[in-house]
Every structure is written in structure tokens, then in C-alpha cells.
Design a protein around this ligand. Structure first.
Ligand code: UDP
Length: 355
């Protein structure tokens, strides 16, 4: 059955800006995968968004503050003219034209609104448990609509009390956009939002100790943190290239010897892990969160004791044991758009069948 789907984007930044982190690529990938399967997709996103996969409605208003840096007891805050509120007012007006609304924002309001919509609302939760308020409102949404929550990985689900009520969707990528590279240059890569929970400093320190250059790509969310990191390791050869669109980003990434993934927090998935594997780039990651579920230790990279820079350096020394072709193969096997589309359809079907 063809579904008419309304995707409501994250409210922390326009699509294409990098401010939304991995969610931006996830929306793009999910739209592509469902369009390929014959469904209709319409996207609603903050003003200034760039999106080519599906028709988009840009909505004005003030951006939401990101939840990543809040403590567990932080209450919900919203600006006066909230883009989140405006996007959901739009969704309410047009809901009758759609079979299902899919929410990508890690925000209280859309979860709370689940019970007030006539059209079912599905929520793809992009981070692990961060605040009491969000945990509680997700539980309330589940009580009203038991199938409505999906997450990316089992480790992410397990940060919540309601782990067994979450669908695990993984993720999927347009693998034709990532070119396999058999012959890397000498450097290492680090990709992502530059913010403390991503612990760039560990990667810089490891690259300095290994005597290899480090290419850093991604949205600069916290300038002070970045300056401090660079000043701590004056001997490191760090090359910051900014936030690049996927085609340019993978041109740099695929030539690297390995991707270092060093999060301090439970990374929900880690899109960049699959993007690296798709180029044939082995991944060296801390054994925590989503990356630990993805990387096959000793086969498509190395899993290292969390927060151990020594472990990263040892893994870099053992990179020659990893076959780059096996990395590309893993991405093709588990993380294609077709695989994602199939899993998403199964999730939607459960929501639409619930009484
Ligand atoms: N990214 C990008 N260009 C860059 C660096 C990163 O498009 O130069 C994207 C990357 O494709 C990924 C996202 O930034 O989708 C980072 O997402 P991830 O899931 O790794 O972490 P998050 O930021 O969501 O915590």
C-alpha cells in the first residue's frame, strides 16, 4: 500500500546546516528509501533548509535549544515564536492529507501532541536518555500509541526504561554516494559536530602520539571547546576542513587510513561510522553506544576500551590487519537504503494496524 507521509524535521537548525547533526542525513536517507518503495513524502523543516530528495515546506520561527547539553532535571524551554510550535501547527492543519506523520525532533512538544492528532504520529528518537522531562513524555506517548517509538540501536534503547517498547530501525545510506578507496593516504579522519560529548581531544591526542595527521570535518558547535582542544596539543597535525556536503566530505574521508570515533556519551548510532565503512575506511571506536554495535572488532575496525587514548594508539598501529574491502561489504550488507526502507515499512505497518 502506498503511504502519504509527512516528515517533520528537527527544530534545532535548518536542513543542510549541520546544526541538526546526524538527524539531517537520516531524514534524507529515510525519504529516499521510502520514495524508492513508491511512497509519497512531504517534508516540513525550519526556514532556510536545503533539501532535494522530496518537496519541502519551510517554516519560520525561532530555533529550539539543543537538548544535548542539558542536565537531567532541566525543564522544557521554548522560545516565544517557536519554529517547533509553528511546524506542528502546520502539521495539524494538513494532517488529513497524510496517512502518517513522522517526527524527527528530540523535543517534548511533538511527543506530547501525539494524543491530540487524528493522524497517527511516529517518532524516530535520535539520542539516548538525557532529561527526565523527555523520558516521561516518551512514556506517555507509548501509553497512548504503543508502537509509535523507534530508535537507531539497541544500546540507545537501553538508556531508557522502556527499551523493550522501542523498534530498532538502524539506519540506511545511499551507498552509491560513497566511493570505495583501496589505497589510502597516511592520515586519519574525525567527523562530527565539534562539541564536548564527541571528545575530539582524544582523537587529536591519539593522532599526535601516532605521529599521523588528522583531518577534522563537521559543524563547529562549540568554538571555545575547539580552541581549547587545539591549544592542548600544539604538536598535533590537525587540518579542520569545516562542514562539507556529503559528496565533498566522502572525497576526503575515503582517502583516510581510519576514522576515529571517540564519543564520551552513548552515541545513538553514529552515521559517520557507516559513511566511513562505505568508503572502505576502517573504524576505530570506543566500545560504547551505537558504534560498538556496528563495528566488527578485528574485521571492519577496532573497538577500544572507552576513553583510552592508549587503546586508540594501539588500534592505529594494527590497522594493516583490517581489510578495507570487508568494510565496504559490511555497509552494503546491513545499511543500504533498501534495508532501511523495509524496516521502516514494518514499523509503520505496526503503528497503522494498532486499534
Ligand atoms: N557531516 C557532514 N559533513 C561533514 C561532517 C559531518 O555532512 O563535513 C554529517 C555526517 O554525514 C553525519 C553527521 O554530520 O550525518 C554527524 O552525525 P552523527 O550521527 O555522527 O552524530 P550527531 O551529530 O548526530 O551526534
Amino acid at each position: 500500500m502506498t503511504l502519504r507521509l509527512l516528515f517533520v524535521s528537527t527544530s534545532v537548525g535548518p536542513l543542510g546546516s549541520g546544526m541538526g547533526g546526524g538527524v539531517e542525513l537520516t531524514i534524507n536517507n529515510l525519504a529516499h528509501s521510502l520514495l524508492q518503495r513508491g511512497h509519497q513524502v512531504q517534508v516540513v523543516a525550519p526556514d532556510g533548509s536545503q533539501f532535494s530528495a522530496a518537496p519541502i515546506i519551510n517554516i519560520e520561527g525561532q530555533l529550539q535549544v539543543s537538548a544535548q547539553h542539558q542536565s537531567r532535571g532541566t525543564p522544557i524551554e521554548m522560545p516565544g515564536d517557536s519554529v517547533l510550535g509553528n511546524m506542528w501547527a502546520y502539521a495539524r492543519r494538513v494532517q488529513a492529507d497524510f496517512d502518517l506523520i513522522v517526527n524527527f525532533a528530540y523535543d517534548w512538544l511533538p511527543l506530547y501532541l501525539t494524543q491530540f492528532f487524528q493522524t497517527p504520529v511516529a517518532h524516530l528518537i535520535s539520542m539516548g536518555s538525557l532529561t527526565e522531562a523527555i523520558d516521561q513524555v516518551i512514556s506517555r506517548a507509548i501509553a497512548y500509541s504503543p508502537q509509535c517509538i523507534a530508535v537507531h540501536t539497541r544500546s540507545q534503547a537501553e538508556t531508557f526504561d522502556f527499551a523493550d517498547r522501542c523498534h530498532v530501525l538502524g539506519n540506511g545510506f545511499d551507498l552509491s554516494l560513497y566511493k570505495y578507496c583501496a589505497e589510502p593516504s597516511a592520515g586519519l579522519a574525525w567527523l562530527g559536530r565539534i562539541a564536548p560529548e564527541k571528545a575530539l581531544e582524544d582523537a587529536v591526542r591519539a593522532s599526535e602520539q601516532a605521529g599521523l595527521p588528522l583531518q577534522v570535518l563537521g559543524h563547529l558547535q562549540d568554538q571555545d571547546y575547539f580552541d581549547q582542544t587545539l591549544s592542548q596539543f600544539p604538536g598535533a597535525q590537525v587540518d579542520y576542513l569545516g562542514f562539507l556536503p556529503t559528496d565533498k566530505m566522502q572525497q576526503v574521508l575515503r582517502r583516510c587510513r581510519a576514522l576515529l570515533v571517540t564519543p564520551r556519551w552513548v552515541e545513538a548510532f553514529g552515521n559517520v561510522v557507516i559513511e566511513a565503512l562505505a568508503c572502505g575506511v576502517p573504524v576505530i571506536a570506543y566500545r560504547r553506544g551505537g558504534p560498538a554495535e556496528i563495528v566488527r572488532d578485528g574485521e571492519t575496525g577496532w573497538l577500544v576500551e572507552p576513553d583510552s587514548v592508549e587503546g586508540l594508539v594501539d588500534a592505529i598501529a594494527n590497522l594493516s590487519q583490517i581489510n578495507r574491502h570487508a568494510c565496504r561489504q559490511q555497509a552494503e550488507q546491513d545499511y543500504s537504503l533498501a534495508a532501511l526502507g523495509e524496516r521502516a515499512e514494518q514499523w509503520f505497518d505496526k503503528i497503522l494496524r494498532q486499534p
